[in-house]
Design a protein around this ligand. Structure first.
Ligand SMILES: Nc1ncnc2c1ncn2[C@@H]1O[C@H](COP(=O)(O)OS(=O)(=O)O)[C@@H](OP(=O)(O)O)[C@H]1O
Length: 466
């Protein structure tokens, strides 16, 4: 029972008692012998005579009747109070009973929950124990470099222990082709899985299923893949770190001037292959345009950030701000009709102001011909997650000219045997004319600073065009 209803009941009792007492008193007053006796006394006093004996007897009789009546009423009142108290007690009892039952139920449910938690924990422990066992076993069997394996439905799915993270158009297909021929390296279903940049949401099991798996851990091989777009996607490094923080990383870097041109010709082919409209713009046109966008969108980010803030603020206040925003954004009006997400992202979201995000914006294969070649900025971001000692950097020009010695060094890095790969043939070649001198010197100049920074960071001269 709630406190309020208790108070109400007590209040009711008091009110009832007052009413009954009032009624009785009133009755008593009307029939009161004292009232009569007052009259009698008055009579005695005024007449000067006393009452006779019969009158006194009658008075006494009346008094007794009144007394009995009062007693009766009091009895009734007592019963009523008892009754109310009884009812109240019953209610309290019932409520207590209900509370007890509820408490019992809650206790039971708590117990059940505890049991469930216990079961879950036991299952989890069993799982992690089996993982530990597997890992221990793999450690014993594959010497230096244990695979990261996950037990799924009674089977063990093993994940890469090395990943080629970039960069696009730097001989990644060539490298992957020969690594796949090494007997200590497991086969994959395709070179580029795009898990850490695009398909992360598909889950680790999806990723693991792209690699050849072995029933016996004794035969376990090294596992690897090569997605050139990992390096320029800012999400990849943190995702890779949380999933495979011990994976060995391989990065191919090519003279950025040549890399940009290679990407341009790749784009022409890609559009043809995908039956898209052909590229209307020359290499030069796109290079100058992108340089302009990078300058205003990344380097001049403050101006855009302010415009973006203003726009958000206006939207919050229910204002329509597109007109004004477009005025401060020359690229939006210039490129909106092309529907290229590169420019839209640049002017419309603040995440593109982080260096790196704009570098991976997809939507068109020509995007980032310059940006993808700014290696220092990309690597700088990766070094927040992986130590340099974990990243084996290969100069494209070296693998192109002396593949044998480059692969031999890589075998050492991966801790696998040296093998004879036979004859080397270029892979993924796109025939194209060289660039003209004007754009070449523009590009050499464009990449100069960034290249210098890279050389300093790695303490290595890549000897690219100066
Ligand atoms: N052995 C050898 N020697 C010299 N050059 C070679 C070799 N193998 C591949 N290549 C050149 O590498 C370019 C393709 O790089 P990728 O395979 O990384 O491209 S992709 O990002 O996977 O599309 C592509 O460059 P371009 O021809 O300039 O476009 C290939 O010709």
């Amino acid at each position: 029972m709630s406190t309020t209803s208790m108070i109400l009941t007590k209040k009711n009792i008091i009110i009832l008692s007052i009413i009954i007492i009032t009624i009785i008193s009133y009755q008593f007053y009307i029939t009161s012998p004292s009232l009569q006796s007052n009259t009698i006394t008055n009579t005695i006093n005024t007449s000067g005579k006393g009452l006779d004996y019969t009158e006194l007897l009658n008075l006494q009789k009346d008094l007794k009747v009144q007394q009995t009546e009062i007693r009766k009423q009091l009895e009734i009142l007592k019963y009523s109070i008892n009754d109310i108290n009884q009812q109240q007690n019953n209610k309290e009892y019932n409520n207590n009973k209900l509370n007890d039952e509820q408490l019992e139920k809650e206790e039971e449910e708590k117990e059940k929950d505890k049991e469930k938690e216990k079961e879950k924990l036991e299952k989890k422990n069993q799982k992690s124990n089996s993982l530990i066992n597997y890992e221990e076993k793999v450690k014993k069997t594959s010497k230096e470099q244990p695979n990261t394996c996950i037990p799924i439905e009674g089977k063990l799915l093993c994940l890469p222990n090395f990943i080629v993270i970039g960069t696009m158009k730097s001989g990644t297909t060539f490298l992957d082709y020969y690594l796949q021929r090494h007997p200590q390296i497991a086969h994959h279903s395709k070179k580029e899985i795009w898990y850490f940049n695009s398909y992360y949401g598909n889950g680790i099991e999806w990723y693991a299923k792209h690699f050849e798996q072995y029933s016996s851990l004794e035969n376990q091989k090294l596992i690897g893949e090569a997605t050139p777009f990992y390096i320029n996607n800012p999400n990849t490094a943190p995702r890779l770190f949380t999933t495979l923080k011990n994976a060995k990383l391989i990065l191919l870097l090519r003279d950025p001037v040549e890399r940009s041109l290679s990407q341009y010709h790749f784009s022409i082919q890609w559009l043809k292959r995908n039956k898209s409209p052909p590229l209307e713009y020359s290499f030069e046109h796109l290079i100058y345009e992108e340089a302009d966008v990078i300058e205003t969108c990344i380097r001049g980010h403050e101006r855009y950030r302010d415009a973006y803030k203003q726009r958000k603020e206006a939207e919050k206040n229910g204002e329509i701000f597109n007109e004004e925003f477009n005025l401060v954004d020359p690229y939006y009006s210039l490129h909106s009709e092309k529907n290229w997400t590169f420019y839209k992202d640049c002017v419309r979201c603040d995440k593109c102001f982080q260096t790196g995000t704009i570098l991976h914006t997809s939507g068109h294969p020509t995007f980032g011909m310059l940006a993808k070649s700014l290696y220092f900025e990309q690597l700088d971001h990766w070094l927040n997650y992986f130590p340099l000692s974990q990243i084996h950097i290969i100069r494209y020009e070296d693998i192109a000219s002396q593949p044998e010695s480059v692969l031999s060094e890589l075998e050492d890095f991966l801790d696998i045997n040296h093998i004879d790969y036979g004859e080397f043939k270029p892979r993924n070649v796109v025939q194209h004319d060289p660039m003209n001198d004007e754009i070449r010197s523009y590009l050499i100049n464009y990449f100069k600073n960034n290249n210098e920074k890279l050389y300093n960071l790695l303490n290595r001269d890549f000897n690219w065009q100066k």
